[in-house]
Structure formats: structure tokens, C-alpha cells
Design a protein around this ligand. Structure first.
Ligand code: CA
Ligand code: CA
Ligand code: CA
Ligand code: CA
Length: 495
């Protein structure tokens, strides 16, 4: 953002000086710029127009570094140019033009500023008439909900040349230029901006005029996800050094969501676009010397990356499927889980519990727990660094004898690794009545050898990392670890 030119600040201050906002700016850059009316007939096409203007404001090309050729995924590319525009219900457009002083209500979300120019509505096409060369017009609008807003100026006669700047009125009464559009001749003008709740101005600068009407509007798209604005490579969302989980949507047919991830240590990286609707409504692409189209619901892995190599992907609407802004895709993108670090699954330290030894039960109770099973695990990336953002699942069947068939029936406990790469949880096993009783076993405590008998159930557990079948505890050969759910220990005698 750049600072407001002083002339505009002076102009706006001058605007606030009297009861008639359009006549108190004499002698300054902002002069009466004609009369404005809501323009109802074109209202149905307003969103199409905004979409076209948004398309027109997109940078045509961006420079990004090519990826290392050794990391290429061998996939076909295809062109993705969204063509479908959603229609907008006809807005009601009978809005009287109010001087700034009459404006009284502000929502709680926006700062209590006094608009410096007459207030108009968003999502309404206005007509500006009788403007003259060298004049400028300023109108205020309010955004009450975070939006991607297209501000545009269209319909100039061949002899007319107006330019458009979008300003934001900051809380401290300063002004910020959000963008400007100054095409030559009567070409349309458009500015696309991410507009947080607040107060904004159209500033229309008339270079040449024949007095003919032209139109302007601000169309606010509030169906945006929290990662907007990221419609270009230059504004791509940077994802930090972990496995990232993103939930985003297509807010319009012109939306594109760019994301990039830097493999700081050259660690293996993966990404998956999860489409739970099966409408094939999104297109996933990787920048691979060109944009390559990939499939949803598949995990792509990249290895042999250079340290600090950046991977760029983008999600855009499938042009063949109508955009549904209420559908979110889920994107996983970042360091790939490489292996399990330290882990433990054990009974919580329960005083008085005597461990059942190897020969006291038919099958050794590798893990023994009375009421609580405490578990933790650390996931590492391929560089050995603890990895945040990976789901780890402990699966527990605390009693294999109550199963109606011969299969294990696990209850799953899922956690996602924190910034230390670790999950740590506790499973409440509850109390039980033992289906099995151990042989007598002893334990030394305070120099006294005491004999016990243990009632228990046979159970089992596995540790899995969803999406990574090779990582965890319990594989294809040894499928689980035996759990002894200790129900009761009977004291027999001491020696
Ligand atoms: Ca122009
Ligand atoms: Ca989006
Ligand atoms: Ca976007
Ligand atoms: Ca069971």
C-alpha cells in the first residue's frame, strides 16, 4: 500500500467542511463531477460485469522459478480458463444520494469514521452524468463483511476518459490507495481488492469528457475463504514449514487459489486435494515448468528437492462444473511424514499395580493398563525434523473376546502432531471384569516379595499414520501389540 497523495487528503478534508459535500471543494482537485443516479436496468448483469472486470485486472503472466527437473511429476498439462459466470439476483437500487453529514449508522465491525464523500451502496450500478474534463468525483461505500471487491467504471463515450482509484479510509483518518486503474481513452477501468470491513471511496478522475453518462459500481463478493486474496502467483499463500491443512473454496468462477511451500531443508514434500463431493468441481495444478493438471484425492510426493526449493500449486474451478461457493476443498500441502520417532503406549502409572510377567499368561501382555492408556508419538520428516500437522491414530480393541467374529474391532483415537511433532493422549479404558486369570506372579516392593493373581482381558492396539501405510506400529506381519486390560489384582501372600 502506498500513502495517499496530499492533494486527496486536502480534498477530502475540504469535502467535510460544509453541508453540501459537492460544493465545498472549490479550488481543490476534487470538484463537482456531475450527478449520480442508481442505474437499475443493468443490475442483473452487475456480477457478470464485475467478473469480467476482475478477469481484466488479473496479471497476465508471472515469473516463477522453474522446479528442479529431477522432481518433475510426469503428467499431462491442460489449459484451464474459467468461462462460467454466476448470475446475481437483481439488487434494489432506489438509493437516495446522501451527504456525508446525514450518515449516522455504522456497524460494530467498522471504525466510527465520518465519511468524507457522499455514501452510495455496494452491488449497485450508478450512472454519473454531466461530468466535465478536469473534474473529479468521490463517493463513499461501506464494507461490513470481509469481501473480495471489484470496483469498476464502464460505459464511457468515445470522447470520455475517466480514471478510477479505490481508497480506504483508515481508523486514524488517513487514506490508503487500494489500487487504481488509468487506461487511456474510453477503456473500462477496474480495481480488484481484498476489502476488510471498513470505509472506502471511489475516486473518479475525469481526464476528458463529452458530458455523456458513464457507470460505476463496487461489487462485493463475501463468499471468500480465509486465505484470500491469493489469485495470482505474486499473492500466493505461503505455507509454513510443516504439513499444512487448508480449507478453501472457489468464491466465483474467476477465483484461483495459489499456494506455495518451500522445502527449507530439501525435505520430501507431498500434497493432496481432498474432494469429498465427487463433483470434480476443482482443478489442481502443480507448476512444473508449466502448469500440470493433477487429480483430486491422490497424494503426490516430491523427493530429491534442493534446500529452499519452492513448490507452487493452484486450485481453480473446473470450467465444466458450476461453481458452488458453499463447497470447500481440503488441501494438505507440506513436509511429508517420513518416519515415526519416539513413541510409547503404556498404562498410566497406577500405584500398586504389579506387572504381569512373561510366563504368567498364555500370551504375553506386552502393554498393561488398568484404567488409562497413555500414548504419545513423534513424527519426523525426511530431514529428521519433528513434523507438525500429521494425523496419528491409536486404534484400541480393549477386549478381543467380546468380538462377534474373529476380527479385531478397534476404537480409533486420532490426534494431529503439534509444533513439536508430537501427539500425546490418554485413552480411558474404564473398569472391567476379567475373562482371564493369570498364574500367580510376584513383585518385590520395599524388599518384600509379594504374590499376586491378575484378572484381565486380552486386547490389542495399533498406531497408524493415515496416508502413510509404512509408518506406525503394527504392520502386515505383526499386526498389533497385545494389550492386557487389567481388571483386578488379587493379593495372595508375601514371602
Ligand atoms: Ca481512463
Ligand atoms: Ca478461494
Ligand atoms: Ca483465490
Ligand atoms: Ca472388542
Amino acid at each position: 500500500m502506498i500513502n495517499t497523495p496530499d492533494f486527496f487528503k486536502v480534498s477530502l478534508l475540504a469535502l467535510a467542511c460544509g453541508t453540501s459535500t459537492l460544493t465545498c471543494a472549490n479550488g481543490l482537485d476534487l470538484k463537482p463531477g456531475g450527478t449520480v443516479d442508481a442505474y437499475g436496468q443493468a443490475a442483473t448483469g452487475l456480477e457478470q460485469l464485475a467478473a469480467e472486470k476482475e478477469m481484466a485486472t488479473k496479471p497476465l503472466s508471472q515469473e516463477i522459478p522453474a522446479l528442479d527437473e529431477t522432481s518433475y511429476l510426469m503428467l499431462d498439462t491442460q489449459d484451464a480458463a474459467p468461462e462460467v459466470f454466476k448470475t446475481l439476483p437483481r439488487p434494489s437500487v432506489k438509493v437516495p444520494l446522501k451527504p456525508a453529514q446525514e450518515r449516522v449508522s455504522l456497524t460494530a465491525e467498522t471504525a466510527a469514521i465520518t465519511p468524507l464523500c457522499p455514501t452510495l451502496n455496494i452491488d449497485t450500478l450508478y450512472t454519473l452524468s454531466n461530468s466535465t474534463a478536469g473534474s473529479a468525483s468521490c463517493y463513499h461505500f461501506e464494507i461490513t463483511q470481509r469481501a473480495k471487491t471489484t470496483v469498476f467504471l464502464v460505459g464511457q463515450n468515445p470522447q470520455t476518459d475517466a480514471n478510477l482509484t479505490l481508497f480506504r479510509h483508515e481508523a486514524g483518518d488517513s487514506l490508503t490507495v487500494m489500487g487504481s486503474s488509468a487506461n487511456t481513452g474510453n477503456s473500462d477501468e477496474a480495481v480488484l481488492a481484498l476489502t476488510e470491513p471498513g470505509h472506502y471511496y471511489w475516486y473518479i478522475d475525469v481526464v476528458a469528457a463529452d458530458g455523456g453518462d458513464f457507470n460505476f459500481a463496487a461489487v462485493a463478493n463475501t463468499a471468500i475463504d480465509s486465505y484470500e486474496y491469493n489469485d495470482t502467483v505474486a499473492t500466493s499463500t505461503a505455507l509454513p514449514d510443516k504439513m499444512n491443512r487448508v480449507s478453501g473454496n472457489m468464491d466465483s468462477a474467476t477465483d484461483v487459489d495459489y499456494y506455495h511451500f518451500t522445502a527449507v531443508r530439501g525435505q520430501d514434500t507431498s500434497f493432496t486435494l481432498y474432494d469429498s463431493y465427487s463433483n470434480n468441481e476443482w482443478q489442481l495444478e502443480l507448476y512444473n515448468g508449466g502448469w500440470q493438471v493433477l487429480e483430486s484425492n491422490k497424494t503426490y510426493s516430491l523427493s530429491s528437492l534442493q534446500p529452499n526449493q519452492t513448490l507452487n500449486i493452484r486450485v481453480s474451478p473446473n470450467p465444466a462444473v458450476a461453481v458452488n461457493t458453499s463447497h470447500n476443498y481440503q488441501l494438505a500441502f507440506g513436509s511429508k511424514a517420513a518416519r515415526l520417532g519416539d513413541y510409547s503406549v503404556e498404562g498410566e502409572g497406577e500405584p500398586g499395580l504389579a506387572r504381569v510377567p512373561l510366563n504368567a499368561t498364555g500370551t504375553y501382555l506386552t502393554t498393561q493398563a488398568h484404567k488409562n492408556l497413555r500414548w504419545d508419538a513423534t513424527i519426523l520428516d525426511s530431514s529428521g525434523q519433528p513434523l507438525e500437522g500429521i494425523e496419528v491414530k491409536l486404534r484400541v480393541d480393549k477386549n478381543v473376546d467380546d468380538n462377534p467374529d474373529n476380527f479385531l474391532h478397534f476404537v480409533d483415537y486420532s490426534l494431529v502432531t503439534g509444533s513439536n511433532g508430537q501427539v500425546a493422549g490418554n485413552v480411558d479404558l474404564g473398569t472391567c471384569y476379567g475373562g482371564h486369570t493369570s498364574l500367580p506372579h510376584y513383585q518385590y516392593r520395599n524388599g518384600i516379595k509379594s504374590w499376586w493373581e491378575t484378572d484381565f482381558n486380552y486386547g490389542a492396539w495399533r498406531l497408524e499414520v493415515p496416508g502413510y501405510p509404512g509408518i506406525g506400529v503394527g504392520g502386515d506381519v505383526v499386526q498389533y501389540v497385545v494389550l492386557g486390560h487389567i481388571c483386578k489384582q488379587n493379593y495372595l501372600y508375601s514371602e
